[in-house]
Design a protein around this ligand. Structure first.
Ligand SMILES: *[C@@H]1O[C@H](CO)[C@@H](O)[C@H](O)[C@H]1NC(C)=O
Ligand SMILES: *[C@@H]1O[C@H](CO)[C@@H](O)[C@H](O)[C@H]1NC(C)=O
Ligand SMILES: *[C@@H]1O[C@H](CO)[C@@H](O)[C@H](O)[C@H]1NC(C)=O
Ligand SMILES: *[C@@H]1O[C@H](CO)[C@@H](O)[C@H](O)[C@H]1NC(C)=O
Ligand SMILES: *[C@@H]1O[C@H](CO)[C@@H](O)[C@H](O)[C@H]1NC(C)=O
Ligand SMILES: *[C@@H]1O[C@H](CO)[C@@H](O)[C@H](O)[C@H]1NC(C)=O
Length: 677
């Protein structure tokens, strides 16, 4: 009987408590038996460290067993009220560069299977995000702005239900009471910060507050949502924390945690909460110690103060000196960006002794990169319009992905106010133009010339056909061909002509290029095509063989015949070799020279569709197809730039094409040249 009453009392007083049985407190985590997965660990001084500086990783710490979240003793199953408070600290790897944040989470799983790091915070993945079946309730302390989840900023607190797009969120901070002003907090400052989360089942209201640790709980919530967790929660779930790192990383710490279903969570014992280490060797840390030093010096050592101030002044000047223009959209081109300070050091401050050239696009300096010691050429371009720079930078980024042994490799870029810097591999033997026209001795021999021609043809073919997108050079000429220490030729300045395009009014298309290399149709259509590049290449061929510029201007004489006309006239007289560069002193391979000269003429055909493609050009150069004599005979017409009415139909139709038809939407191909440029 007595035993019976005792058992009854036990039922009344202990069973309900036992049924919910969910109250616990950790004043530090030493000896706790949380279930840790991923990077999570308990440090020797009792901190729960969810992630360290390992990038693209996650860490989870959850209650070892499920906790009852619903009252099933009643009729339905209604979510219980709960209350929790914890202290956290986020210490980024570098000041202002960390990632990605920490979340308090209630989940059916203690290891959150399939969840991803970085913006997913170790909670979900792209396919599970937002699904009702997640039964996930989370409060995120997010330090990265993720556009796809509509994050408001890179320092916010949000309420997440089943997905990473917050139901409600707010910049981190607190209102001491409803009447008080908002005080902003920096989640990544590394300071111990306390969070209070309260869910009231009667009003189905979820409130979140944060405040610096040891401050009382703020009167007004930072962020709240009306959400009936009865529809979200399962009867029993795990409760804990998740954190993740992305490309940047932070140490995500929790130093104390109290949780309760039903009533208010027990207060943490402030004296027992371990402290969160600040990273000593961060720049911020150093600045702080500088500030302390200055304060001490103020007391007696004004001399020291002046010294420190002048150092600060120097730093400021220095920062100004190396200031760059960097916009949000540029972050995706990050890997291609080279710090201005490196470029400045490489060129010894753009010293005139390092100047190796200057042209239409600006000055070119030789330099040695400070870290890699790699020799580079830096092109310094001034641009006055902001307009179009974004498209241009995106093109630069794609240009630096172009890789071919006959293209000068673009290594990266940098931008300052009104200036753009392009960093290229350095070419020891400079431009072909200089060797052909400026240097007296030694001149290039025939073998070298032919190799240069083949190199340029290979580079141009790659631009036209070898890459995922068509690249038109628009300014093929000897001065845009550079030679490395082994006399291998590489094309430079590809894609650069576009800089002028982007900056200009699309209605006034102006032609980019150099007179003498400009295809005649450009003056009518204004549209550069692979055919107009082939025209420029034709002029280049004649230039290399004849050692003369395609147009030579003499004072007082405006009707000087171009190189194309000269070569074609000598060819008609049967004396094509008269045009070969005298610097070679007659020592050249006649068959090869004739082939190249004829090819130069065909490429310079006034009718774009009658020019061969670069693929065919290479086949001619390799001798795998022959230039038919009959076709050459039809080239008898005049090449005067003024008259393009010569009929080349015969030549075009008799042209034997072995290559298959390639489809390039840009070009209509009405001629018999199935594979014309
Ligand atoms: C760890 O948690 C389990 C489940 O809640 C419990 O049974 C066990 O006693 C705990 N162990 C320690 C050392 O606290
Ligand atoms: C981070 O922690 C993991 C697991 O505890 C460890 O293997 C790793 O070396 C740590 N990484 C760093 C950068 O400290
Ligand atoms: C559970 O539900 C019953 C009946 O609806 C109610 O009497 C009891 O107070 C509830 N318990 C909690 C912890 O809310
Ligand atoms: C995403 O998460 C779900 C649920 O945890 C898991 O079943 C699924 O395999 C994950 N998907 C991927 C692509 O990782
Ligand atoms: C978001 O939280 C704030 C602060 O508690 C509150 O004033 C606001 O009404 C909430 N917004 C929504 C949509 O719940
Ligand atoms: C919340 O949802 C549960 C189950 O759907 C329902 O019984 C309860 O009345 C709802 N609470 C409120 C305040 O609407």
């Amino acid at each position: 009987m007595v035993l019976g009453i005792f058992l009854l009392l036990m039922d009344i007083f202990f069973l309900p408590l036992h049924a919910t049985d969910s109250e616990f407190i950790f004043n530090g985590f030493t000896g706790s038996n949380l279930s840790l997965t991923g990077l999570a660990q308990i440090t020797s001084n009792g901190l729960l460290l969810l992630t360290n500086n390992t990038i693209e990783e996650k860490g989870h710490a959850f209650s070892p067993s499920r906790i009852k979240f619903k009252n099933s003793s009643g009729s339905g199953s209604v979510a219980l009220s709960f209350s929790t408070t914890f202290v956290f600290g986020i210490v980024p790897q570098y000041p202002d560069v960390g990632g990605h944040g920490l979340a308090f989470a209630i989940s059916p799983y203690k290891d959150l299977p399939g969840s991803m790091p970085s913006q997913h915070l170790g909670l979900l993945n792209d396919s599970s995000n937002g699904k009702a079946g997640n039964h996930l309730i989370a409060i995120e302390l997010d330090t990265v702005k993720t556009i796809e989840y509509y994050d408001i900023d890179n320092n916010h607190v949000g309420i997440d239900i089943n997905g990473l797009t917050s139901l409600n969120s707010s910049t981190a901070g607190y209102y001491e009471s409803t009447a008080d002003a908002f005080t902003k907090l920096n989640l990544m400052a590394g300071d111990a910060t306390q969070v209070w989360i309260n869910y009231d089942a009667a009003s189905i209201r979820l409130d979140v507050r944060i405040a610096p640790f040891k401050m009382p709980k703020p009167g007004a919530p930072l962020v709240s949502s009306i959400v009936n967790l009865s529809d979200i929660a399962l009867d029993e779930m795990y409760v804990g924390f998740s954190a993740s790192t992305g490309a940047g990383s932070s140490h995500h710490y929790v130093s104390g945690w109290s949780f309760s279903t039903g009533g208010e969570a027990e207060d943490l014992d402030q004296s027992r909460i371990p402290s969160i280490p600040k990273k000593a060797n961060t720049k911020k840390g150093r600045l702080v110690s500088v500030a302390v030093l200055v304060a001490l010096a103020l007391a007696g050592f004004s001399v020291l103060l002046i010294l420190v101030l002048s150092i600060l002044f120097f730093c400021h000047q220095r920062r100004k000196k190396f200031e760059e223009v960097k916009e949000d959209w540029e972050s995706e081109y990050g890997p291609h960006r080279i710090p201005y300070v490196d470029i400045y050091r490489a060129t010894k401050g753009f010293d005139e002794t390092n100047l190796v050239g200057s042209g239409g696009f600006g000055k070119v300096y030789k330099g040695v990169m400070p870290k890699s010691r790699a020799e580079v050429a830096v092109k310094r371009i001034s641009h006055d319009s902001r307009q179009g720079i974004r498209e241009f930078v995106s093109e630069i980024a794609s240009m630096s992905r172009l890789r071919h042994r006959n293209l000068v490799q673009l290594l990266g870029y940098c931008r300052r106010q009104g200036e753009l810097f392009l960093v290229y591999e350095f070419m020891a033997n400079g431009s072909l133009d200089r060797i052909l026209f400026e240097e007296k001795e030694p001149s290039l021999n025939w073998g070298q010339r032919l190799k240069i021609i083949k190199d340029v043809a290979a580079g141009l073919l790659y631009l036209h056909e070898g890459w995922e997108q068509l690249v038109i050079h628009r300014d093929i000429k000897a001065s845009n061909v550079l030679l490395d220490e082994g006399m291998n030729a590489k094309i430079s300045d590809f894609g650069l002509a576009r800089l002028y395009d982007h900056g200009s009014n699309p209605k006034t298309t102006h032609i980019i290029g150099t007179l003498g290399y400009l295809a005649p149709e450009l003056s009518k259509t204004g549209k550069a095509t692979t055919c107009s590049d082939v025209f420029g290449f034709g002029a280049f061929l004649l230039e290399v063989v004849c050692g003369r510029r395609p147009m030579e201007f003499c004072a007082g004489q405006d009707d000087v015949p171009g190189l194309v006309e000269l070569v074609s006239e000598w060819w008609k007289k049967g004396k094509i070799f008269e045009t070969v560069d005298l610097n070679m002193k007659g020592s050249f391979d006649k068959d090869e020279a004739e082939l190249v000269l004829k090819l130069g003429l065909i490429c310079s055909h006034p009718e774009p569709t009658a020019r061969p493609s670069m693929r065919q050009v290479i086949q001619f150069l390799e001798g795998s197809i022959q230039i038919p004599d009959k076709s050459m005979e039809s080239l008898g017409g005049s090449f005067r730039f003024a008259s393009y009415d010569v009929s080349f139909d015969d030549f075009a139709t008799s042209y034997p094409s072995t290559a298959e038809i390639t489809s390039t939407s840009d070009h209509h191909r009405s001629s018999a040249f199935t594979d014309s440029c």
